[in-house]
Design a protein around this ligand. Structure first.
Ligand code: F6P
Length: 317
């Protein structure tokens, strides 16, 4: 069996660990594995690289991806099916192992199925916003990175009281990542793109927190509506200085946590077994803490919004 590994869309911590685990299993089982550079665009262009096991082992805990990704929508082109089949035939590739987030899985899997290209997908994004799974690879590492930053902010916040601190996470238009971080870091308020909030309420709430605790820590998602005005408006409305930290892409490139390394290995093991058994299409999903292989397509609907009860509890609503 020969598998081509493709990273489609954004990278995430855990990809290198999963590639390493898959390559190890495959090679021990007498199979071949190659990696596509630049996602599906690279596969179509025949940009395949051998996987260097020593390098893989050394980088398996690093964030990012040793296989470059791409967001080019090449599979939407009219001749993409023929080109994909030809590229796989030319390199004698039997099946694909695909890493992807919500967009990739929704758009890529139906196409691969219709073209008869066997594939197992690993939901991979720090955002944890893929419908049909409770967990996506990389989320835990991104949360840990934010907790490290929040701990640093708290150290300086308590040493020099009288300020409001805002910690902006990635997450795109989904608040799953910011909510998970806010809960774990004991934030005084959390702002998510899915739920509207009132600036006067926020200013009043934070003033009370600062009076009681000396400082306030807000966790907010990058695409909260009106985010650019918050930094000016909060001091204007409550008379307390605001200090702002945006984690940005450093969060996405974070080192891989223990949990993500374990999930990566478990996912790779199940993926390799399934492809070996001749599965045509499947995705590794987490439900109630258990990992399993879901055969066929993933849901086309969006994941429901993050837990409102938790959001309300953190905000004292
Ligand atoms: O979807 C993963 C993610 O890191 C989001 O959290 C973020 O909004 C986006 O990708 C950033 O994308 P880009 O790398 O194109 O700036």
């Amino acid at each position: 069996m020969k598998t081509a590994i493709i990273v489609s869309g954004g990278d995430a911590p855990g990809i290198n660990a999963a590639i390493e685990a898959y390559a190890r299993l495959a090679q021990e089982g007498g199979d071949q594995v190659v990696g596509a550079q630049d996602g599906f665009a690279g596969l179509l262009a025949g940009r395949l690289t051998e996987l260097d096991r020593a390098l893989l082992t050394r980088l398996s805990g690093a964030g990012g991806s040793i296989l470059r990704s791409s967001r080019e929508p090449v599979l939407g082109q009219s001749d993409a099916g023929d080109r994909l089949r030809a590229a796989m035939r030319a390199k004698e590739i039997d099946n694909l192992l695909v890493f992807g987030g919500d967009g990739s899985l929704k758009h890529v899997l139906p196409r691969l199925e219709s073209w008869g290209a066997p594939c197992v997908a690993l939901p991979t994004t720090i955002d944890n916003d893929v419908a049909g799974t409770d967990y996506t690879l990389g989320h835990d590492s991104a949360c840990n990175y934010a907790l490290w930053a929040a701990d640093g902010i708290r150290a300086t916040a308590s040493a020099l009281p009288g300020r409001i601190f805002m910690l902006e996470t990635l997450g795109g238009h989904s608040g799953y990542l910011a909510l998970a971080i806010a809960y774990a870091n004991g934030a005084d308020a959390v702002l998510l793109p899915e739920y509207d909030f009132d600036l006067d309420w926020l200013a009043g709430h934070l003033r009370l927190v600062v009076e009681r605790a000396g400082y306030a820590l807000v966790t907010l998602c990058e695409f909260v509506p009106g985010i650019n005005s918050i930094v000016d408006e909060i001091p204007r409305r409550c008379g307390i200085r605001v200090r702002y930290t945006a984690l940005g892409h450093a969060q996405r490139g974070a080192d891989t946590s223990h949990y993500d390394r374990r999930v990566a290995r478990d996912m790779s093991g199940l993926a390799w077994r399934a492809l070996k058994d001749g599965l045509r299409l499947g995705t590794l999903v987490m439900r109630d803490g258990a990992l399993s292989l879901r055969e066929g397509q993933m849901p086309q609907a969006d994941k429901p919004p993050p837990d409102y009860a938790l959001y309300a509890r953190i905000n004292g609503l």
